[in-house]
Design a protein around this ligand. Structure first.
Ligand code: HPA
Ligand SMILES: [Zn+2]
Length: 348
């Protein structure tokens, strides 16, 4: 490796693809189930050890989602959501994360009778504490679950209206099973969200298991300005050119892509091709409790898989992640300078 692990640890990082429910570690899941009197299905692993064993491999996205949604059931109170989010911040505070944009899936909770406000306020409180204690800035992105009927998703958007208007929720995303639920199904949802707040930022999972067409349809039909995963964009040369011309960032999740069998090895990810074609991307952890690592583990694994990448390449990746963030220009400027100073310190 041309760069050191210490450099990668210190490099200022922005995370844009992190499902807060995907940070639920087995050693928090079982105590929460106990505390809240939630009975896990008999078919679900019953100990931390058994669950960790299951997390070693998933057949595909759906296999993972089946476990992920059972896990979410143990989260009930505002304090649970605060605790979950705070545990995440404590971990990333040791990995030089300077800014994070957190996804959450309110429908996986409201479907169980939990108020959207309970979930949102718990997450928000942890974000505020993290900014005070660690100086980490953050945004909250509400995801719609694609397996839920669009008419129901419209109801969720109405339930979230106050948070969309007052800026508590910065962006709208779309996740869950991709292939059976293409972007066109959610046109009205995205339109309604934009109508509620014209400045709302828009993204969607696309091109993880779905083809490049899911990516271009997300851009065209949903008017997203970035793409979550998006690795299958390389199937379409025109699309690649567009991503470069418009500097649309892909939020790539290396360890996730291996665990969900999108690729068999991080080496197979088209990251060099993205760089060569000037398509910006950030590196992210997706669901770190399930996929074997937080953001730094993703950086390290990529560095091991692309060992010839030098300070210039890593500086560009860190800067693209800053420029693709939904923080204000002043914060971006500050973070860009921090990247320069770390690069200077190490490349002397
Ligand atoms: O990577 C993902 N893809 C789709 N849905 C998800 N929900 C959590 N993680 C994911
Ligand atoms: Zn995801």
């Amino acid at each position: 490796m041309v760069v050191s692990e210490e450099f990668l640890r210190k490099l200022p990082k922005c995370e844009h693809h992190l499902h807060i429910e995907g940070t639920l570690e087995p050693d928090l899941l079982f105590p929460l189930a106990e505390r809240n009197g939630v009975k896990l299905p008999d078919t679900f692993p019953q100990t931390v050890q058994e669950l960790n064993e299951k997390y070693k491999s998933f057949a595909d996205l759906q296999d993972f989602l089946n476990y992920y949604y059972i896990g979410t059931n143990v989260l009930i109170t505002e304090e649970d959501f605060f605790q979950l989010t705070w545990e995440y911040f404590k971990k990333i505070s040791k990995q030089s994360v300077v800014h994070t944009e957190i996804f959450y899936d309110p429908q996986s909770h409201t479907d169980r009778g939990i108020k959207l406000a309970t979930v949102t306020n718990g997450i928000k409180r942890a974000c505020e504490k993290a900014e005070k204690e660690f100086g980490i800035t953050s945004k909250i992105i509400m995801c719609l679950l694609r397996h839920i009927e669009p008419a129901k998703c419209l109801e969720t958007i109405e339930e979230a209206k106050d948070f969309l208007v007052d800026g508590t929720i910065t962006g709208l995303g779309l996740d869950s099973a991709e292939k059976p639920f293409p972007p066109h199904l959610f046109v009205e949802c995205y339109e309604r969200a934009r109508e509620i707040n014209k400045d709302l930022k828009l993204t969607a999972h696309a091109g993880e298991e779905g083809s490049a067409k899911y990516v271009s349809d997300s851009l065209d039909l949903l008017q997203t300005t970035r793409v979550d995963h998006g690795v299958n964009s390389i199937q379409d040369g025109e699309l690649m050119k567009r991503l470069a011309d418009e500097q649309i960032m892909l939020t790539v999740c290396p360890l996730s892509n291996v665990k969900l069998q999108v690729v068999s090895d991080v080496k197979e990810l088209p990251l060099q091709k993205l760089i060569d074609n000037n398509v910006p991307f950030s590196l992210n952890s997706d669901d770190p409790a399930y996929f074997g690592g937080y953001i730094l583990d993703n950086y390290l694994q990529v560095a091991k898989s692309f060992p010839h990448w030098d300070y210039n390449v890593w500086s560009r990746i860190a800067k693209n992640a800053i420029n693709g963030s939904w923080c204000d220009e002043k914060r971006k400027f500050e973070l860009l300078e921090r990247v320069d100073s770390v690069v200077q310190e190490f490349s002397k």
